[in-house]
Design a protein around this ligand. Structure first.
Ligand SMILES: C[S@@+](CC[C@H](N)C(=O)[O-])C[C@H]1O[C@@H](n2cnc3c(N)ncnc32)[C@H](O)[C@@H]1O
Length: 295
């Protein structure tokens, strides 16, 4: 039946490696994609097939299942297995001050003027992975002398990623956009390859294990960052998410999304773009074009 097929066809031109061959057959795989889309809100058709099938095949084979759909039934009945599977297909890649030019815009156009109005901002990194994004925000708060009540929430549904975030140990590669001054001040050097975030910076961030598609959102948030998270959400889940982000924002709050993303339903979400990747609530006091914080 037509509606059993995923919304995007497999890319026939992609070279498929032996590890990424279908475990059973294409129909089973398509059915599996369709069920993930309809039942879990996850759109794996967005990903490169070779990469994704390799990842999934490895996980499924370890459980002894020989079709994708029987594995999904099994996983859904076993919380731990399901969790591990989601962890496996979720890509946690992050780094400090990811897309530095966007962070500069965030800092100069929004964060600084907002801090003048309210030094105790609440910032939410929704889909914070292993902590690089919330700690980058903590650095911005320190640099801009935020008030003692300023705080950052870091949400992710991947417990392993959150454990790593709480530990705060990073390889130099993830820190390449952090200046030497900030590195010296807010990180402890462990060895030639690794640094650990100091307690002073950690105190600004609270990590919580939540699912953005299920759990209740905070309200009155001043700045929400949701970047590189919705890549495999289906359209319906994305729409809902942005509507809920709109409701979570304080009246003059700001939503920042990923450098390759856009909100298709911004009007429905009650949001308007001040510039690409930066959105505010429709009824906020932010002027249409002049990007100064309303007083
Ligand atoms: C690629 S990382 C992005 C990290 C950071 N925002 C950045 O841009 O560098 C995506 C993160 O989103 C998390 N994520 C995906 N779906 C989620 C959901 N439904 N609820 C909570 N976190 C989710 C994943 O676990 C992963 O850690």
């Amino acid at each position: 039946m037509e509606q059993d097929l995923p919304r995007q066809p497999l890319d026939k031109n992609e070279r498929i490696s032996p590890e990424a061959e279908f475990i059973s057959n294409e129909a089973d795989y398509l059915k599996f994609l369709d069920r993930l889309y309809n039942e879990e809100g996850i759109d794996l058709a967005q990903y490169k097939q070779n990469q994704m099938r390799r990842r999934i095949n490895m996980t499924i084979k370890q459980t002894g299942h020989n079709t994708y759909c029987s594995f999904l039934d099994y996983a859904k009945a076993n919380e731990n297995v399901y969790r591990k599977f989601i962890d496996r297909i979720t890509i946690n890649v992050s780094e400090f001050i990811r897309n530095p030019e966007k962070f500069t815009i965030l800092e100069t156009n929004y964060l600084r003027p907002m801090l003048k109005g309210n030094p105790n901002l609440t910032i939410w990194s929704a889909g914070c992975s292993t902590g690089e994004e919330p700690y980058s925000l903590a650095l911005l708060l320190k640099l801009n002398k935020a008030g003692a009540g300023a705080k950052i929430l870091g949400w992710d549904f991947d417990r392993k990623a959150l454990a790593k975030a709480a530990e705060g140990i990073y390889n130099v590669e993830a820190l390449k956009n952090v200046s030497k001054d900030l590195l010296d001040k807010y990180f402890k050097r462990l060895d030639s390859e690794r640094y650990q975030v100091t307690d002073e910076l950690k105190r600004l961030v609270r990590f919580e294990n939540h699912n953005l598609l299920e759990d209740r959102f905070p309200t009155g948030v001043d700045i929400i960052l949701c970047r590189n998270v919705v890549i495999y959400f289906n359209e319906q889940s994305k729409r809902q998410l942005f509507i809920r982000f709109g409701q979570a924002l304080a009246k003059n709050g700001l939503l920042m999304i990923g450098a390759s993303e856009r909100i298709a339903n911004s009007a429905e979400s009650g949001l308007r773009a001040l510039q690409p990747f930066f959105y505010v609530r429709n009824e906020s006091d932010w002027p249409e074009t002049k990007r100064t914080y309303p007083r």
